[in-house]
Write a protein that binds this ligand. Structure first.
Ligand SMILES: NC(=O)c1ccc[n+]([C@@H]2O[C@H](COP(=O)([O-])OP(=O)(O)OC[C@H]3O[C@@H](n4cnc5c(N)ncnc54)[C@H](OP(=O)(O)O)[C@@H]3O)[C@@H](O)[C@H]2O)c1
Length: 224
């Protein structure tokens, strides 16, 4: 029986990960920070675990909260976009702190907290990043704080992969596509079902050669 953990599963891409893995018969634990979010996890077929990724103590206690269960697949998905402004409009302190703490520091803490429980199964750990964080693929400055945060978390994933690979873990960053969610908007390219089915397929096939890679939801390797 596969056990999957999805961090940030109240809606959008995270909730769809819960729905699809549960429909496939996996044991799925989905985290959310609100009662409606926890109810949405249960409705999608998952076990609901309360977690605000900005709560240091709660993140540090996550492994304990899991009750000693080993995790085969962990998906760190929670994220925020922040101010929808382009370069040359500087972020305020509060905006900067919210985006960077949610999109960078929280994944760094979560990777650290989850390393033992994923290494116990020689499992897979994916962080849902974004192509908007790719330096080499960047052709617009829209959402530059978000871009900076995803570039930073990509560096964190690459760093983590160098520690986790020798412990048998495959650690990757994903671009989920431009997805129709609250964040992606109704005009996005693909629906959540397509995005998540793609990432699940990529994760199922991933092996040590994929460790430390930045992957599109269709499996193509992206440049950082
Ligand atoms: N949609 C796209 O086109 C797209 C493209 C590239 C990358 N991504 C990335 O994909 C991931 C999911 O995005 P989405 O499109 O599904 O966005 P979304 O619909 O806005 O959902 C964001 C999720 O993150 C959770 N979250 C945010 N801050 C949190 C916190 N402090 N603690 C716990 N949960 C928190 C939200 O929970 P609440 O319901 O409690 O707010 C929600 O479940 C993000 O990392 C995003 O950057 C999305």
């Amino acid at each position: 029986m596969t056990t999957v953990l999805v961090i940030g599963a109240s809606r959008g891409i995270g909730r769809e990960f819960v729905r699809q893995y549960a429909a496939d018969g996996a044991t799925v634990i989905g985290t959310a920070r609100s009662e409606p979010g926890l109810a949405a996890v249960r409705a999608a077929g998952g076990e609901a675990l309360p977690l605000d990724v900005l709560d240091d103590a709660a993140v540090a206690a996550l492994a304990t909260q899991l009750g000693g269960r080993a995790i085969d697949i962990a998906v760190v998905n929670a994220g925020v976009y922040g101010p929808r402004v382009s370069a040359l409009t500087p972020p305020g302190n509060d905006e900067f702190d919210l985006v960077m703490r949610t999109n960078v520091r929280a994944p760094m803490q979560l990777i650290s907290a989850l390393a033992p429980v994923v290494a116990a199964t020689r499992g897979k750990l994916a962080v849902v990043s974004s192509k908007m964080g790719s330096m080499s693929l960047m052709s617009s400055s829209a959402g530059w704080l978000y871009r900076a945060s995803k570039a930073a978390v990509n560096a964190a994933v690459k760093s983590a992969s160098l520690e986790l690979g020798p412990r048998g873990v495959v650690c990757v960053a994903f671009h989920p596509g431009w997805v129709k969610t609250d964040m992606g908007g109704a005009g996005a390219d693909i629906d959540v079902a397509t995005s998540v089915a793609g990432m699940r397929h990529v994760l199922a096939a991933a092996n040590e050669s994929h460790n430390g890679k930045f992957l599109n939801y269709g499996g193509e390797q992206l440049s950082w």
